[in-house]
Design a binder for this molecule. Sequence first.
Ligand SMILES: [Zn+2]
Length: 458
Amino acid sequence: MTDIFIKNALVMTCEPNVISGRIIENGAVAVSGGKIIAIGKTDVLESEYGNADRVIDASGRIVMPGFIITHTHMPYVMGHNQPVDFSQLRSFWDMLQKMGWEWLEDLITQDGIYAATRYAAAKMLKSGTTTVCELVEAPNDMNGALDASVRAVTEIGIRANLGYEVTERIPGVPINERLDPGMAEKGFEENLRLIEKFPAGSGGLVVPRLGVHTAYTNSPATLKKAREIADKYRCGIQIHIAEIPRAFLVEKYGKSAPMLLEETGLLDLDVVAAHCIDINDEDLNILARNGVNVAHTPMTNSLGGNGVARVPEMMEAGINVTLGHDCFFSLDTAEYIRYTYLIHKAHNANPALMPPFVPLDFALGNAAKALGMEQSIGSLAEGKKADILIIKPDCPTPVNPATVMSFFTMTFLGKDVETVLVDGKVVVEGGELKTADEEQVMRDCVKQSALLWERNNG
Ligand SMILES: [Zn+2]
């Protein structure tokens, strides 16, 4: 029995990648048991699948796989527009220590995580992101923090890799003064609870991914332990690399972050490394030879004045580049696709860099591969999970096989996403969230944000 038959659409399979995938006019996709069971021309498939429980006429729409964002901190939405003294932010260090830690992470509670994650997940789903890789921090309310995330993402219905950020940083103590391996131990415990609850291959919406903060907030012993856990449980690792000036690590350790991490054995094919901005040729080779996946986060890198990651060179070196964001700005993937499309042309004074299909691959097949989920998500193919978008282009020119890729970098906005399926279940329909009352979700988040700001001022 067919659950859903989507017909008469411009179908982009993006399989095996965006540029080589099929673009099918008057295309159709059949879904059953949460999986894609057929893709092809509507007139060919209709006789077999046209009697589905639900038939969606997607005339004038694009049908494509859901986007995948490989680096998020959903509770960071509570920091949006926080009225703080910006004159205190003169360097990325200031931003990390004050805006990131003091004014936000150290004040986050589990009630805040739950409300903010529901809000962020809802906004992301509505704008076409069906999978996120989420890193949670709440050093002053850590025990059980991931349970709040699990509840939020499963209620809203987004697919998520989840991990708690292991760090030896002590809230309120400068990292140059003292680190505490005991803090990292508690972080490991929080990750392990989730890892044991959702073993590798269990197949649901929640997939644990061990979180590690950085090379400079953890001792080599902690980094080695992270690798041991990732190997034992096959859960992969998410970490920040080279988001701060390279000189900081070289001064302190005589080595860059990639060098330190390679020495500890942490780097491997199962690592998703956010940022990777200030890296030299040797660092770039280390990332490439260890098969590290990069989560490119251009908007927060711009905010912090960190510079522009060497993405075109990473791609040349064979590094798998994906798209992430820190939930610091809009939660609309369209904005990150467009910013990625433009910033490397501007930075390198070369309009030939970044053809439209490249940033799309970052948020589709490359991202699926980075999360070790390329067999199940990232493209439309028979047997894959039915994580599907139906997009109604709001566009001044014809959208057809010749123009559709440019549409995504030139015109597309998340509000064009009309219907979203995750695991074959309709979670967004007519642009409306179906899994929760969105107004209530927003009110709850605003309430928690106000409480967090009060704690900041208190
Ligand atoms: Zn981050």
